[in-house]
Design a protein around this ligand. Structure first.
Ligand SMILES: Cc1cc2nc3c(=O)[nH]c(=O)nc-3n(C[C@H](O)[C@H](O)[C@H](O)COP(=O)(O)OP(=O)(O)OC[C@H]3O[C@@H](n4cnc5c(N)ncnc54)[C@H](O)[C@@H]3O)c2cc1C
Length: 476
């Protein structure tokens, strides 16, 4: 059987795939090879037989899926609705500043990331291992004793928690370091706030440190997220550094994309549905009406609510927990109060700012010479507050933190309101979901594993591994 593709406006490479007769020694194996040729076969109207795996979505999950296929020399086409790769992990350049779309930290100990990324090329810039907490009108340091011993001793007597709390942090570290990631992701689970209370942490350290810190990581002020994610992040924080790439968080997906064949990614290509007209051969319908067919399988790497839309025709509606939202505001500053690459947390229990930092203190490349970049994060979307009012509230609040003489020089650059920053991962969770979803369709994305960069990367690899197992594709 010769499956051919011609005249596709989507690809400049007229691949033809030839299915070879199965070898008698391995009757189930599906072997193939590519011939570069011009075929005379007429395409069906608005329909193209693509003999590549189709991947929908070029966020970290889709890029990891593509990377895995590429490493096996299995051809694929990555379809991305927006104008660039990265999904939720993108950076904009504005007036000489690098603005990540929301405050994002890359932890160097993420295990899958270690396998896929070239850290040296990312030129990772480190945060201070700890935080400054605004509480009762003053700043108090919480420091990692293994990295900043002096600071941590000095902080023993501060009001952020008792000496016992600080010892319990050490015990928690030992507990999580003793577990494999698999054990963590499959352990019995409770909401983070219950875990912290069960460990014996005092209300003061929960309210002043854990709530703004982990609330900011999960965009969840209630700390209702699963203890499994807490343990995973705590373990990664113990083993690695908090960083941002010198050229912005978007360098992470850019680096993955740069290693893929140039013609394998189609931007501005939105998929509107996945249909199953024929068994084992899903059709991918594009917004412009075109239908892409594949015999090799479809990897769906879009956000969870979008998965529901794409597969609406083939499965029952699913009730989902509400996703997590955040707002990130950026300011250009002439004057800032500190030079430290440190994260500031709001431990006061008042106001709308959850955390903030001076990005140019961590990575000077985030701003033009002589200017500082201020990044401020809120939890939630604040849909009823206009951008101007939100900016005014934030400026007023931070004036209380740093003083009028400092904050009056700050100029608003941009506000990002990010709906569905992460899926809701409150218990009960399944962080090891089976990627297979119907015939020839495999799901990946942060909702399949942990809602982190690493979870998204793992999920992309797992989806392709499942596809390869089912199809028994082999390289020639
Ligand atoms: C503000 C913010 C801060 C974060 N901070 C951290 C952090 O510090 N550390 C951490 O580990 N994680 C963090 N995360 C979480 C992490 O970014 C995500 O878990 C991860 O990037 C999700 O990747 P993904 O590939 O699953 O999904 P996405 O990045 O959402 O990718 C999905 C892609 O599919 C595309 N798409 C959607 N629909 C279609 C369609 N119909 N057709 C074609 N393409 C489509 C989208 O345009 C997008 O490119 C943060 C997230 C946000 C938003």
């Amino acid at each position: 059987m010769l499956l051919s593709l011609t005249l596709s406006p989507l690809s400049s490479t007229p691949y033809t795939l030839q299915n070879l007769t199965p070898s008698p020694s391995s009757p189930k194996r599906h072997r193939f090879k590519f011939l570069l040729q011009t075929s005379t076969t007429k395409p069906q109207p608005q329909s193209y037989h693509k003999d590549r795996v189709l991947i929908i979505g070029a966020g970290l999950a889709g890029l990891a899926a593509a990377t895995t296929l590429h490493s096996q020399r299995i051809p694929f086409l990555l379809l991305e609705a927006s104008d660039a790769v990265g999904g939720r992990v993108r950076t904009d350049s504005v007036d000489g500043f690098l603005l990540d779309r929301g405050f994002q930290i890359f932890i160097t100990a993420y295990p899958e990331a270690q396998k896929l990324l070239d850290y040296n090329a990312l030129n990772l810039q480190k945060f201070y291992s700890g935080a400054k907490i605004y509480y009762n009108g003053q700043f108090h340091t919480v420091a990692d004793p293994l990295r900043h011993f002096g600071d941590s001793v000095m902080s023993l007597a501060n009001p952020i928690g008792s000496v016992l709390d600080k010892l319990l942090i050490g015990f928690t570290r030992i507990r999580v370091l003793g577990k494999s990631d698999y054990d963590i992701f499959t352990a019995s689970e409770v909401p983070v706030v219950d875990l912290l209370r069960n460990i014996g942490f005092s209300d003061s350290i929960i309210e002043r440190f854990f709530r703004p810190f982990f609330g900011g990581i999960f965009f969840d002020k209630e700390l209702g997220t699963t203890s499994r994610l807490f343990d995973f992040i705590f373990k990664c924080l113990a083993l690695g550094e908090n960083t941002i790439p010198a050229k912005g968080i978007g360098e992470i997906p850019n680096q993955l994309a740069a290693k893929l064949p140039a013609d394998s990614i189609l931007l501005n290509t939105k998929v509107v549905s996945i249909d199953f007209d024929e068994p084992d051969s899903p059709n991918v319908r594009l917004e412009n009406g075109e239908i892409l067919k594949t015999q090799l399988g479809v990897v769906v790497a879009v956000e969870e609510p979008e998965v529901d839309k794409l597969l609406a025709g083939s499965r029952k509606p699913v009730q989902r927990k509400t996703g997590r939202n955040t707002v990130c505001l950026y300011f250009s500053a002439e004057k800032i109060p500190v030079k430290d690459p440190v994260l500031f947390l709001n431990g006061s229990g008042k106001g709308i700012v959850n955390n903030m930092f001076f990005a140019t203190n961590v990575a000077p490349s985030y701003g033009p010479p002589g200017k500082a970049l201020v990044s401020v994060s809120l939890i939630g979307l604040f849909p009823d507050v206009s951008d101007d009012n939100l900016t005014a509230k934030v400026i007023q609040e931070l004036t209380g933190w740093f003083g009028e003489s400092v904050v009056s020089s700050w100029r608003h650059l941009r506000t990002y309101r990010i709906g569905f920053a992460q899926p809701n991962q409150c218990p009960p969770t399944d962080l090891m979901k089976d990627p297979k979803s119907g015939s020839g369709v495999y799901l990946c994305g942060d909702f399949m594993t942990s809602a982190t960069f690493d979870g998204a990367l793992v999920s992309g690899r797992r989806a392709v591994e499942a596809l390869l197992r089912d199809t028994s594709l082999t390289r020639i």
